[in-house]
Design a protein around this ligand. Structure first.
Ligand code: CDP
Length: 232
């Protein structure tokens, strides 16, 4: 018998490895991985390209131009995950840059931006079989997800991981700048009015500071089996 598909919601602080885990789970289970952060990053890139985030974010201007923003994902066979597209252009590597990271949390705090993206995300999960990571997936996007995970990791470890990732892509920010960006985003994401980052009451906590990727994956695969066994 074919096992039923579930939705898996992964939330947590910046750079604690949510996307890495989500991507591995999707490959293992033959599910669709959706990086909701890439969507907020794409909106931020639009704001930067159009002079809407120049020193400070012009919220009203961004809201007035939201209808011009079209975001979609396309599977990339070489990376084994989906690339994000903004108005027809592949912006997957552009959206990971520090300049986007500097503006993304103020953009993601705008209620109208969230309404637009949450609606798209909910449509993507309608047929189940989705692993989505972000900040409000278990609380707002998929409040009925069969498995919710809240990830945490120590600040120093998170900053070091992101620093190394950026270096490998050719960006050279200092470790201090990377750490300051993570902490600032965590603060804004946790304290904003619209859909703040919160641990869902029924989420399982995964602190991966001292777990290898393999250990983390096998633990979560066990949780998935448990979640499936409670269905039907
Ligand atoms: O990968 P990293 O942890 O650096 O962040 P991300 O998942 O790419 O998300 C970038 C930013 O988008 C976050 O800092 C949040 O401000 C925002 N975001 C959000 O508000 N809600 C989501 N579901 C996903 C991301």
């Amino acid at each position: 018998m074919k096992t039923p598909k579930i939705n898996i919601a992964i939330d947590g602080y910046s750079s604690c490895g949510k996307s890495t885990l989500a991507k591995e789970l999707a490959q293992e289970l033959d599910y669709v991985f959706i990086d909701s952060g890439a969507m907020y990053r794409a909106v931020t890139l639009f704001a930067l390209q159009n002079g809407i985030a120049n020193g400070e974010l012009d919220e009203n201007k961004l809201i007035s131009r939201l209808a011009e923003i079209e975001i979609r994902f396309e599977f990339n066979t070489s990376s084994g995950a989906s690339d994000v597209f903004l108005n027809g252009d592949n912006v997957e590597s552009e959206v990971r840059k520090m300049q986007v990271s500097d503006y993304v949390s103020p953009v993601a705090a705008v209620k109208e931006v969230r309404l637009k993206l949450v609606e798209l995300q909910q449509k993507m999960g309608i047929n189940k079989g989705v692993v989505m990571d972000g900040r409000d997936i278990g609380t707002v996007v998929f409040p009925n997800a069969e498995l919710k995970i809240f990830m945490t990791a120590n600040n120093e470890i998170r900053a070091k991981r992101r620093f190394e990732e950026l270096q490998s892509k050719g960006e050279k920010p200092s470790l201090e700048r990377v750490k300051a960006n993570l902490e600032k985003r965590d603060f804004i994401d946790t304290n904003r009015k619209a859909d703040p980052l919160r641990q869902a009451s029924d989420a399982r906590v995964l602190n991966n500071s001292n777990l290898s990727r393999e250990e983390q994956l096998s633990l979560v695969l066990k949780w998935i089996e448990e979640a499936k066994s409670t269905l039907a």
